[in-house]
Design a protein around this ligand. Structure first.
Ligand SMILES: C[S@@+](CC[C@H](N)C(=O)[O-])C[C@H]1O[C@@H](n2cnc3c(N)ncnc32)[C@H](O)[C@@H]1O
Length: 889
């Protein structure tokens, strides 16, 4: 079959794969004739290959294989650091894990007690291994299982495979770092990195750029990281070998990163325990096919790293061709500008084996120790020299790499190398070594040695593309194009197709049989193998798109020579004049088709209105840090998001719209569209923006008791007393809303009862006013202090938050009431609400409201003990079923 035909098939496979990717990997069964057969956990090629490689220490092979055949335990980490994370850890320990004992059994089957991951800092990483049968039979396991799903959805914990937590820990991220996560979707490591960035108080000066070459997976990445509520994150969609290198106007040089994670696409056999279908699809060809891409990603990343910066290269495969071979070639090409760090003293409790210094490469069914031997046997056609352990290998200290073996810690398999940049990479690093004499000789001659040299030159440190290249490629892909020509990508193509075939079938059989939430582990396993697609379809599509975008860019046809400012002279552009990568709805056209452009929000009238309405302190620099994604100018933007100073600066540096931005910024405000809910402010507060807004808010705040907050969360709406209800005229006369309660008029209107509460946002109203709601007897607000505050705010959006002293007593804030950090999991207990004509309703999504209610109930239970009617019940944290049906759901 020709390549064109197969490419079409690839697209279908890719779509099928994506549609199912959120599902959990379970034990797969495949149709075998008319029989359903459970896949065997055997693969002779796999065993032979890895036995020969010597990846497992002497005498441990059986234990290695036995563990690989078992399902993977559940692991999770408690988000964030500090007191809040420790509190949650202690609560889980007291309420749940203390109920397990050492020698527990379920119907004769031993049950392993949950335990902490010994190497994870502050005992915040946990491991639990129990079977499905045990889960069904032991109620406490079911409760723990549900708790983990709930806390994961709420952003308090993250379910993540244990070994996948290691790269971010070794990246050693600090709050001021610029961090790049090159292959980031679905985003479990990005989330971990973000937490590290946010470990101090306030908004960090550093940023995280999370990239993935697959646009749909970028959306998944956005979704996964949304719960982190970080204004310091930007998600971009590029081929990591062509990520644009921007010019840093502050440093007057290329924009570089302090930390880079290259968690590259790989063949994924380290995930066999959660993706058992790999057993029957495993082939060394997958790894051989991915090696060139992995190397190119690592090389380009190294170029984007600051001198002194740290880069982690990781895979979830045991395969040395994708692991040590890539690291070795990277070190070789760097000519000592990169150093492989000895991290044996970091995470000391983590059991690991050192990297290999010799390995074999398989081709045509034979294993070869060197390129020369493969060449002599005519078996080198689909190989590159860089896949082999060369004679210089001992000088590279590959023993500093680490391989995580499943039987050592009951985990998946993983590989990690930590590198530090000590000097700029030589230009020669970006010119590929000859692969095969015959083709090699042709390539420069056919394509032009000058072009190659030019491409390599402009990829040098801090250099900008020469004008001609710049017009062709918005990204710093100069060396890449050279590399493409020289590495004879078309030969890798076949291997990639084969690898992709493996992925397709793998994907086709995914079924969701277990956990309802999209699980991180499923996505990770999927990601590991899906990367294969990027070699061809994804990568090529992106390259095409980047070319198209460059051509479509305003002024692309002009002489770039005249436009390029000499190094070091670039001025900082005006905030209001920038446009972040996107084209949709722009009359001038933008760079990235189908992407809404990022537009600074500078509407002075609206900004003043928002600032006045919520009494926002000047410390919240909305005028310079608020953005929207607008399709056209004729309507006010639907959402306003806040970006950190670091992201704002990056947006300004990206004045040529080189970045294809999927998402950035923390949503603070949403346009209030309800026609019957007019207030003087067009924008209401988005719940996720509260951690950022609350410290700056001085108006529309209502400090309520814990019991009131709990009631509001459970009942959705609490009525105002009759004498505080607003008159009907406020529905059409916004000015009247500004004057607070309606006095006598209010009383008159109140006689019309609840159904007349037109100021409630219609969408919410539909949700909250079911027949059961109407039947429920509604006790109005009654605490005198709360009533005083409710009377002092104006109708429309407001925030109900726990009173400081209660927040401190219940452990939700420091004694001074100030939240630690901006992450959602550590945000003060506050909810975005709507003060309507006759009631106050919350505007929080149901799952989040349920989670907040449970958190509050647990804290109250801890402080006050069980309420009389609850005294005989289980701890509050376990009793979602005791909540009203709409919350428990
Ligand atoms: C192993 S997964 C990453 C998992 C992720 N780091 C996490 O922890 O959730 C590899 C990812 O690389 C992406 N990918 C594949 N080829 C790529 C390329 N050329 N550039 C950027 N991303 C790529 C895939 O879409 C996939 O999401």
């Amino acid at each position: 079959m020709g390549k064109r035909g197969r490419g079409g098939g690839q697209r279908v496979m890719k779509r099928d794969f994506r549609q199912q990717r959120d599902n959990n990997w379970t034990e797969q069964r495949r149709r075998d004739g008319d029989q359903w057969a459970t896949p065997t956990h055997e693969n002779a090629d796999f065993e032979e290959y890895y036995k020969m490689q010597g990846i497992v220490p002497e005498g441990e092979w059986d234990a290695f294989m036995e563990t690989l055949r078992k399902p993977l335990p559940t692991t999770f980490r408690i988000n964030g650091r500090g007191r809040f994370a420790a509190d949650l850890r202690d609560r889980l320990q007291q309420d749940f894990f203390s109920q397990f004992s050492e020698n527990m059994e379920v119907e004769g089957e031993p049950l392993e007690a949950p335990r902490t991951l010994p190497w994870y800092p502050d005992a915040l990483g946990w491991h639990m291994a129990f079977s499905r049968a045990q889960l069904r039979k032991l109620p406490i396991l079911k409760q723990v299982h549900e708790l983990i799903i709930r806390e994961n959805d709420a952003g308090a914990i993250t379910r993540q495979e244990a070994v996948s937590m290691i790269p971010p820990l070794l990246l050693d991220v600090q709050a001021h770092h610029r961090v790049l996560d090159t292959c980031a979707a679905p985003g479990s490591k990005t989330a971990q990195i973000l937490e590290m960035l946010h470990q101090g108080a306030g908004t960090p000066s550093g940023i995280v750029i999370a990239n993935d070459s697959d646009a749909q997976r970028c959306n998944l990445l956005t979704h996964q990281t949304k719960r982190m509520c970080s204004p310091a994150l930007m998600v971009v969609n590029h081929d990591a070998t062509q990520l644009p290198i921007l010019r840093d106007f502050q440093q007057k040089q290329a924009y570089k990163f302090d930390r880079i994670l290259c968690d590259v696409p790989c063949s994924g056999d380290g995930t066999l325990r959660k993706a058992p279908d790999i057993w029957r699809r495993w082939s060394e060809k997958n790894g051989n096919g991915l090696h060139p891409l992995q190397l190119r990603i690592a090389l380009h990343s190294a170029q984007m790293l600051k001198i002194g910066g740290r880069m982690v290269y990781s895979t979830c495969t045991f395969n040395p061709v994708e692991d040590e071979a890539v690291v070795a070639e990277l070190l070789r090409k760097s000519e000592s500008s990169l150093v492989l760090l000895d991290v044996s003293q970091e995470l000391p409790e983590l059991k690991r084996v050192p990297g290999l210094s010799k390995w074999l490469v398989k081709s045509n069914g034979e294993l070869f120790p060197s390129w020369e031997e493969a060449e002599a046997r005519q078996a080198h056609a689909k190989l590159t020299r860089s896949m082999f352990a060369e004679s210089d290998i001992s000088a590279l200290h590959l023993e500093r790499c680490m391989r995580l073996l499943p039987h050592h810690g009951d985990t998946g398999g993983f590989f990690v190398a930590v590198l530090q940049k000590v000097a700029e990479l030589p230009q020669s690093a970006f010119v590929a070594a000859p692969k095969k004499e015959s083709k090699q000789a042709k390539a420069p001659a056919q394509n032009g040695a000058k072009k190659l040299a030019e491409a390599a030159a402009w990829s040098a440190p801090a250099a900008q593309p020469p004008p001609s290249q710049n017009r062709q490629q918005p990204g710093a892909g100069g060396y890449d194009s050279a590399l493409r020509e020289q590495t004879a990508m078309e030969e890798v193509t076949d291997m990639a197709y084969e690898a992709a075939g493996h992925t397709q079938n793998f994907a086709e059989e995914i079924e969701d049989k277990d956990i309802p939430a999209a699980t991180e582990s499923a996505c990770e396993a999927a990601a590991a193998v899906e990367g294969v697609f990027q070699v061809l379809s994804g990568g090529e599509e992106i390259a095409q798109e980047e070319k198209r975008a460059a051509a479509a860019a305003p002024g692309a046809a002009e002489d770039e020579d005249e436009k390029e400012a000499p190094e070091g002279t670039r001025e900082k552009p005006e905030w209001g004049s920038i446009r972040g990568g996107g084209a949709r709805g722009r009359s001038t056209g933008g760079r990235w088709r189908g992407v809404d452009p990022i537009v600074p929000f500078t509407d002075a009238e609206q900004l003043t209105s928002i600032r006045d309405f919520y009494g926002l302190a000047p410390s919240l620099k909305m005028e310079e840090q608020l953005i929207s994604r607008s399709q056209s100018d004729d309507r006010k933007p639907k959402r306003l998001s806040f970006v950190s100073e670091g992201i704002r600066d990056l947006l300004m540096m990206d004045e040529n719209e080189q970045l294809k931005i999927t998402s950035t910024g923390l949503k603070l405000f949403e346009r209030q569209d309800a026609k019957d809910a007019r207030t003087s402010c067009l924008y209401r507060i988005a719940q996720e923006g509260l951690p950022m807004l609350l410290p700056a808010m001085t108006k529309q705040l209502v400090f309520v008791t814990a019991q009131e907050l709990l009631r509001l969360l459970i009942e959705n709406s609490i009525a105002l007393p009759q004498d505080m209800r607003l008159p009907m005229e406020t529905l059409t006369n916004p000015a009247a809303l500004q004057n607070g309660s309606g006095g006598d008029e209010g009383k008159a209107a109140a006689a019309e009862g609840e159904a007349a509460d037109g100021a409630q946002p219609p969408a919410k109203k539909a949700k909250t006013e079911g027949p059961a709601e109407e039947r429920r007897e509604r006790v109005p607000w009654s605490d005198p202090e709360t009533l005083r505050q409710l009377d002092s705010i104006v109708g429309g959006c407001c925030v109900c938050t726990l009173r400081n002293e209660e927040a401190a007593a219940l452990g939700f804030s420091a004694a001074d009431g100030v939240a630690e950090g901006a992450l959602a999991a550590h945000a003060p207990l506050a909810i975005s609400c709507w003060r309507g004509r006759a009631s106050v309703n919350h505007m929080v999504a149901r799952p989040e409201a349920a989670q907040l209610a449970e958190k509050l109930r647990a804290a109250l239970l801890k402080r006050d003990g069980p309420a009389p009617e609850q005294a005989s019940e289980q701890p509050a944290a376990m009793e979602a079923e005791a909540l009203p049906a709409e919350i428990a759901a």
